[in-house]
Design a protein around this ligand. Structure first.
Ligand SMILES: C[S@@+](CC[C@H](N)C(=O)[O-])C[C@H]1O[C@@H](n2cnc3c(N)ncnc32)[C@H](O)[C@@H]1O
Length: 257
């Protein structure tokens, strides 16, 4: 069995369609994992995944790549705070915000802390989702390391976290602002009427065809004049093609027809 046969089996087993992900990168990552586990073929590795929950978990960790951090690319979060959120609030009293590949929670909690700091806590409904069940469980726990919170200003660390030994735990007042769920961007329905959608550092893994499909789904999920916030290496080449206008670097606004 080659890579294609392996991905077909994985789709059956876990409902994750790896054909949507860039093949070269994904293949390299999986083949290196196969070797690290002492196997030399997709067949024998697949058998291992079928009999060992622990190896299946390791495999899912390898393909989902949960690396995240609070206020990732801080300059863009400043634009969000100073320009995008105030602009959105000119049209709407309350914002529906969706962190669409939220990993272990750093991104939606960054949003929740920001809204609280801006005294806008009651003006934001925050939905956070990811394909990875385990990441969502970790997100709900809200326990982070010192390295993970490096971008959080000291005053915010003091206000929004409590410390237990070397761990920083997000306080309930922030946790309660976020509604977590499992959602596969490739298969599942999206929330509707979102005023702000964050889709950061996940599109890079998808093929061009898949990206096109997802941009359309995100467009449909946005409210009129809603804003789509992408990662640092994920600028949309021809935003108009998908019904977006480039509001600021990394921020796209839905054009109403
Ligand atoms: C690198 S993290 C990005 C986290 C955060 N958005 C950030 O920028 O720091 C990528 C996340 O995308 C998630 N992911 C991968 N494929 C997905 C899919 N098909 N649907 C939803 N989430 C997916 C992974 O589980 C992972 O948590």
């Amino acid at each position: 069995m080659g890579y294609k046969g392996f991905t077909a089996e994985i789709k059956k087993m876990c409902n994750i369609d790896l054909s949507n992900y860039k093949e070269k990168q994904m293949k390299r990552r999986i083949e290196s994992l196969i070797r690290r586990n002492g196997h030399d073929s997709y067949d024998s590795y697949l058998k291992l995944l079928k009999r060992s929950k622990q190896h299946l978990k390791e495999f899912l960790d390898c393909i989902t790549i949960n690396v995240s951090e609070f206020y990732r690319n801080p300059a863009q979060w400043q634009v969000l705070e100073r320009e995008i959120i105030p602009e959105l609030l000119k049209h709407k009293k309350r914002l529906k915000v969706w962190s669409s590949a939220c990993s272990t929670g750093e991104e939606p909690y960054s949003l929740a802390m920001l809204f609280d700091k801006m005294m806008l806590k009651n003006k934001a409904e925050i939905i956070a989702s990811d394909i990875d069940r385990e990441a969502i469980e970790k997100a709900k726990q809200g326990v982070y390391t010192e390295k993970g919170i490096a971008n959080v200003p000291k005053a915010m660390v003091n206000t929004y976290f409590f410390q237990e030994n070397d761990k920083y735990i997000i306080k309930n007042q922030i946790k309660n602002m976020v509604n977590f769920r499992i959602l596969n961007l490739l298969e599942d329905n999206y929330p509707s009427d979102c005023d702000l959608i964050l889709c950061r550092n996940v599109m890079i893994y998808f093929t061009e065809d898949t990206k096109e499909k997802l941009y359309k789904k995100f467009y449909d999920a946005l409210s009129d004049k809603g804003v789509f916030f992408v990662g640092n290496t994920e600028q949309i080449i021809m935003p108009h093609k998908y019904g977006f206008t480039n509001l600021k670097n990394f921020f796209y606004q839905k054009i109403i027809e």
